[in-house]
Write a protein that binds this ligand. Structure first.
Ligand code: 13P
Length: 252
C-alpha cells in the first residue's frame, strides 16, 4: 500500500452543528485538489448528514465513529450501517477503545465489522493494548483482538478493511507521550504477520495499517517515516483546522 491515509475522529470535540459545518467548509476549501493523502473525517452522528453533504464533491471521505451491531428493528438509540450509509457515510470506525471501555465486547465488535461490510462501509477496525508490560503482553493482546474480529471473516470483507493500531495508553496525551517510532515499527511488523497468518497473505499485505494516539504535526513525520504505518487516525488534533492541516503537511 503506497497511498497514505489520515483519518480524523472528531469524537465529541466538535460539539455543535455550527462548528461541524465550519470545520467541514474550511477543509473543503483547503483540500480541494489531490494531495497524495486520502483524508477521512468522522463527525459526531447528528452532524454526519450535513458534513457529508458539504464534502460530497470534495476528495474528503466522510464516515461514522461507530455503528450498531444490529441490522434494524427494536433497538432504541442505535444507528445501523445502512442508515449511516444512507446519511452519507463511506466508512465507519469499528471497536474504538473508548467504546470497548464502555462495554463493547469482542463479539459485538465482530458483529459491527460484518454489518459495516454488508452495507458497503469501509471498516476502520481499532485494536490496541491498554498497557505495556515487560513480558510483551501487548503482543498477545493485539493478536487476540485481531483474531477474534477477523477469524473466518468472509473474503470479500477484506477489500476495504483498514486497521487502526491505537494503544490506549497513548491516546489523548501530548506528542511527547505518543508512541516512539521504533516501538511502533515493531508492533506494525507484528500486526502484519498476524494478518498474514489469519488471512490470505497477498490480501493481508494490502491492508492499510494506521496509528492513532496523540498524533500531532511534531511527531507525525517520524512516526510515518520510521513507524512503518500507512497513515494515522487522529483524535483531538483533527478537530482544529490548523493542527489537522499541519499533520497533513508534515507527512506529505
Ligand atoms: P488523540 O489523537 O486525541 O490521542 O486520539 C486518538 C484516537 O483515539 C483516534 O481515534
Amino acid at each position: 500500500v503506497k497511498k497514505r491515509i489520515v483519518a480524523g475522529n472528531w469524537k465529541m470535540f466538535v460539539a455543535s452543528r455550527e462548528d461541524a459545518r465550519a470545520l467541514a467548509l474550511a477543509l473543503r476549501k483547503k483540500l480541494r485538489g489531490a494531495s497524495g493523502v486520502d483524508v477521512y473525517v468522522a463527525p459526531p452522528a447528528p452532524f454526519l448528514f450535513e458534513v457529508a453533504n458539504i464534502l460530497e464533491s470534495s476528495p474528503i471521505r466522510v464516515g461514522a465513529q461507530a455503528l450498531s451491531q444490529w441490522e434494524g428493528g427494536a433497538h432504541t438509540g442505535e444507528a445501523s450501517a445502512a442508515m449511516l450509509k444512507n446519511a452519507g457515510a463511506l466508512f465507519s470506525i469499528v471497536g474504538h477503545s473508548e467504546r470497548r471501555e464502555g462495554g463493547e465486547s469482542e463479539t459485538v465488535v465482530r458483529a459491527e465489522l460484518e454489518r459495516a461490510v454488508a452495507a458497503g462501509l469501509a471498516p476502520i477496525l481499532c485494536v490496541g493494548e491498554r498497557s505495556r508490560g515487560e513480558g510483551g503482553e501487548q503482543f498477545s493482546a493485539i493478536e487476540e483482538q485481531l483474531a477474534s474480529a477477523l477469524k473466518n471473516i468472509p473474503k470479500n470483507t477484506l477489500k476495504k478493511l483498514i486497521i487502526a493500531y491505537e494503544p490506549v495508553w497513548a491516546i489523548g496525551k501530548g506528542a511527547q507521550d505518543a508512541m516512539k517510532p521504533a516501538d511502533l515499527e515493531e508492533m506494525v511488523i507484528f500486526i502484519r504477520k498476524v494478518l498474514a497468518d489469519l488471512l490470505d497473505r497477498t490480501e493481508a499485505l494490502r491492508i492499510p495499517v494506521l496509528y492513532g494516539g496523540s498524533v500531532e504535526a511534531q511527531n507525525a513525520s517520524a512516526l510515518i517515516k520510521e513507524g512503518g504505518v500507512n497513515g494515522f487516525l487522529v483524535g483531538r488534533a483533527s478537530t482544529s483546522l490548523d493542527s489537522f492541516l499541519a499533520i497533513l503537511a508534515a507527512i506529505r
